[in-house]
Ligand binder design. Structure first.
Ligand SMILES: Nc1ncnc2c1ncn2[C@@H]1O[C@H](COP(=O)(O)OP(=O)(O)OP(=O)(O)O)[C@@H](O)[C@H]1O
Ligand SMILES: [Mg+2]
Length: 270
């Protein structure tokens, strides 16, 4: 269970106005919920995920995860509870190490020194089995440098590493955006598969409205640091990509009206 209460992150640019990238968000995710997050550019999606992961400090508010108040925890401490996958397939892995060595690093993370796999053979077997389960054939690449894999294959290994020790929360920030459509589709299927089979609680940011409509138990649409739409249950299952696109259009039109009104006011009073 993840609970945000009045979560707020404000950025100030020198000489410019203050931006509330995350603006008083209160949100509860029950354990095992798969949430897809969409929103216009700059609406605060990455900042929200960064605030949960501990890379961006909250200015106001509170974050609880798995019954613990993690608001003041460092990013490093939160990493024991949170798995992350980023847009760049190179992030989070060491390109010169083999696939197996990368997985071994992830499997040892947070464990006391010396604990982990008893033998190299059990390590190889378990890594191969788990990798083959989410992407058949990839288990034959265990000894190759991870840098020799395609972007899509590398994201699948990163996904396995991020979920190796069943995190309380999985955060995915546009993790298929840098991939070609076929590879993006394979990574998305692997992602949905692992979230379902492990009953993970997950927040997945995407710009693909097709993914947003077809995946997850719940959809959040962010706009200007707030949640403009929150749909789950049967209403989420009925939601189409066209209906989400229509919501985007309405928000953009409302923004244009706001901007026009601001310009009129400025012209009148300045
Ligand atoms: N480190 C920072 N310093 C100042 N402003 C920032 C910083 N990070 C983000 N912002 C601003 O906060 C707002 C939200 O940015 P954020 O990256 O969270 O949006 P996003 O929804 O992830 O956008 P995108 O779809 O482009 O990835 C934007 O106005 C952005 O310019
Ligand atoms: Mg972003």
């Amino acid at each position: 269970m993840l609970a945000l209460t009045d979560a707020t992150v404000a950025f100030s640019s020198p000489g410019g106005p203050q931006v509330r990238a995350v603006d008083g968000i209160t949100l509860a995710l029950p354990a095992g919920q798969f949430v897809v997050v969409v929103g216009t550019n700059g609406s605060g999606k990455s900042t929200l995920l960064g605030a949960i992961a501990g890379t961006v400090p909250l200015d106001v508010g509170r974050i609880e995860l798995a019954g613990r108040n993690i608001t003041r925890w460092s990013e490093h401490r939160r990493a024991a509870l949170i798995g992350r996958v980023f847009q760049d397939p190179r992030a989070g892995t060491a390109g010169s190490l083999s696939v197996l060595e990368n997985i071994a690093v992830a499997a040892r993370r947070g464990l006391p020194a010396g604990l982990g796999w008893a033998t190299t053979r059990s390590r190889r077997r378990e890594a191969g089995e788990r990798l083959g389960r989410i992407a058949a054939g990839l288990e034959t690449r265990l000894d190759q440098p991870i840098g020799s894999l395609s972007g899509g294959q590398r994201q699948i290994v990163t996904l396995l590493m991020a979920t190796w020790r069943r995190p309380e929360l999985l955060l995915l920030d546009e993790h298929t955006a840098a991939l070609d459509p076929a590879a993006a589709d394979r990574v998305v299927q692997a992602t949905a598969g692992i979230i379902r089979s492990e009953s993970l609680t997950a927040l997945m940011v995407t710009h693909s409205l097709v993914q947003a409509a077809s995946l997850g138990d719940r959809l959040l649409l962010m706009h200007r640091g707030r949640i403009a739409l929150d749909v789950e249950g049967p209403a989420k299952r009925r939601l189409t990509a066209e209906a989400i696109a229509d919501r985007f259009d309405r928000l953009r039109r409302a923004d244009q009206l706001d901007d026009a009104a601001a310009r009129t006011l400025a012209a009148r009073y300045c």
